[in-house]
Write a protein that binds this ligand. Sequence first.
Ligand code: ADP
Ligand code: MG
Length: 339
Amino acid sequence: MVQAPDASAALEHPARPPGSSAGEFELIARHFRRPASRALLGVGDDCALLRAVPEQQWAVSTDMLVEGRHFLAGTDPRHLGHKALAVNLSDLAAMGAQPHSFLLALALPAADDAWLSAFSAGLFALAEAHDIELVGGDTTRGPLNLCLTVLGLVPPGMALRRDAARAGDDLWVSGVPGEARLALGHLRGEWTLGPDALEQVLPRLEQPTPRVALGLALRGLAHAAIDLSDGLLGDLAHVLRASGVGAEVLADALPGGRVLPTQPEARRRACQLAGGDDYELLFTAPRARRAEVQAAAAAAGVPVNLIGNVDGEPGLRLRDAAGRSIAADFPSFDHFAQP
Ligand code: ADP
Ligand code: MG
């Protein structure tokens, strides 16, 4: 892409003889170019070339991570490489798509070799674990910003869409939502966690686990699914609205893990119900298939919990273990509603 002229922008179109010090193309070659295996043509040309896949649909998604907005300045670049890909893989998981390939658009304040090699190590470790191939991208100078685009494959009619929940479905969630928010609150100084608690929850924030195997196992079994990025109640509301249904959520059925139950109740509930950054799957499935959901989750190696049910009454009702209703007014994360 052609940029506005800027004499200080030495990263892209550097004003120095070819081959002097590491510039844009050397950085790409060193840190992001790997031999193409799945792509017909990978990093290096104007476009990547992918073989068309018969009898499959593409699931495509982009997610951007901006320093100071999605991660704190000074975050370990290896964790950042992991997280940038993890949040994108999580979108494929939520659609029941099989990861195929991805693109990486990167703005960097400086051509920092050590930072880039740690970042790419985190990125490629997760990419290899999920058999997804980096096929192209863009690299430019600017405030730190990571934008990935992922491509996945799903057989026609098998995608887990937000608009497919039905009255009578069970409501399920994977993992332990709320731990990432608990860690973030500590880093922001909103509260203080002891070293053991922090060690437990910090990886949930910095290195979330995309639930790809679970998404695949739920094909043909779950009705609707969404990944939790902005908070459980807010993300559930998207599903309910898109599907034209309502739901009852049993707040005390949410799994607490080891650390959340040690927290004051108001903080625990706020983290669990509106935390964000969990990258767990929230999904609905017919009540009659409860045992199959449990078996599919066990086969995928992911814990799931039944947290409520979908009904025909519009809106979202929240109850505690004693059946008392709890106000469901936890704000979900909205970039434009925040200061
Ligand atoms: P163009 O000018 O045609 O956009 P670029 O100079 O931006 O090409 O990129 C050169 C090649 O390097 C392209 O194949 C592009 O996909 C790839 N590329 C650029 N940045 C990255 C990156 N961060 N990760 C992977 N591939 C990249
Ligand atoms: Mg380019």
